[in-house]
Design a protein around this ligand. Structure first.
Ligand code: ASP
Length: 346
């Protein structure tokens, strides 16, 4: 149901959607939102209010970082009561990381926070940016008869799918279907209508106030194993000063080399209080550390299963948990709890 008094806050951070080609080099670079808006006159025809806040300097999302996540969350907190929903224009390269981080940083969300962007700049005739932006805005104001938002989550809307933010991964550098969520179904599909899967959307108690969190700790690392990885490489990564957490990207259902040197490094790290989380390199499926002896060995030396979490979500979750000063034991406990729908645990 469309509420004609509805209002959306559009937060423009940058990304391809707002870029133009440099006349000399041909490389894409960011430009101002007011100019971007000229390319989407359709925005003036939407029957609800759209206000905009933009980063002083729009960025390529490869420059996104935790301080900028805090800035985005601060904007949402400061304007939470004034708007029905929030749309974040963001580059696609790190959109999945930002969506995951923001999903942890805002607890008890009752309104839509939708990230979108595009593969082609909005000034290009064949751009995918217009449809992404317009549909994201429409989703941001969609409500039921009682005035409750259909969507009360941090999501990514891209091409025609609304995906849970902390379940997404960028899967294509060129195709308009740039994102996928392999382990959780799309929560809405946009065609001639926007069809919501209400049963898949998280709900919090009505009248609950959201809580905004700003504490993140970046003393973590991802270790993506590969056949032939050298002992000194793994050793060096686990020896990073002040390291608190390692996201171990393993094979298949959570398997890794069973060589003594490898297991010794992990065993030592766990003993020192470093939390090691096992996520799979596969796009789809879950870590099952009971399935193979190699997985069981990791479990026995204290590696914690990340189940079907994406690496992006695991990174954001560890930053969030360590940011709140939790002890390794508590972090391990929370890793295996769904905080924002990021993990499936039977
Ligand atoms: N490099 C761009 C960015 O992430 C890519 C994009 O927006 O699609 O900002």
């Amino acid at each position: 149901m469309l509420d004609h008094n509805a209002s959306v806050l559009l937060i423009y951070t940058g990304g391809t959607i707002g870029m133009i080609e440099d006349e000399v080099t041909g490389a894409l670079k960011s430009f101002d939102f007011q100019r971007l808006r000229q390319y989407v006159p359709e925005l003036n025809r939407l029957k609800f209010n759209i206000d905009t806040i933009q980063f002083e300097i729009p960025i390529d999302s490869s420059d996104m970082n935790p301080d900028k996540w805090k800035k985005i969350v601060r904007i949402i907190e400061e304007h939470y009561d004034q708007y029905d929903g929030f749309v974040i224009l963001h580059g696609t390269d790190t959109m999945a990381y930002s969506a995951a981080a923001i999903s942890f940083m805002i607890e008890n969300l009752t309104k839509p926070v939708i990230l979108t962007g595009s593969q082609l700049p909005i000034g290009k005739i064949r751009t995918d940016g217009k449809e992404n932006l317009i549909t994201a805005l429409e989703i941001a104001v969609d409500k039921d008869r009682d005035g409750n938002s259909f969507v009360s989550e941090v999501c990514i809307f891209f091409q025609n799918l609304l995906l849970r933010g902390n379940r997404t991964t960028k899967v294509n550098a060129a195709n308009f279907r740039a994102f996928n969520s392999f382990n959780y179904p799309a929560m809405a599909e946009a065609g001639t209508y926007i069809k919501y899967r209400h049963d898949l959307i998280r709900r919090v108690e009505k009248n609950v106030r959201p809580e905004f969190h700003y504490l993140l700790d970046t003393n973590i690392v991802t270790v993506r194993i590969f056949p032939g990885i050298m002992p000194q490489t793994v050793k060096a990564m686990f020896a990073i000063p002040n390291l608190k957490g390692v996201i171990l990207e393993t094979y298949g259902s959570g398997n890794a080399p069973t060589e003594i040197w490898f297991l010794d490094i992990i065993r030592e790290a766990v003993k020192k209080g470093i939390v090691v989380v096992n996520v799979t390199q596969c796009a789809s499926g879950s870590v099952e550390m009971d399935r193979y002896e190699s997985g069981q060995t990791l479990r026995d030396i204290g590696v914690v299963s990340g189940y079907d979490m994406t690496a992006e979500a695991a990174i954001a979750k560890l930053m969030f948990l360590f940011g709140h000063g939790l002890e390794p034991k508590q972090v391990k406990w929370y890793v295996n709890l769904s905080l924002a729908g990021e993990i499936t645990i039977d």
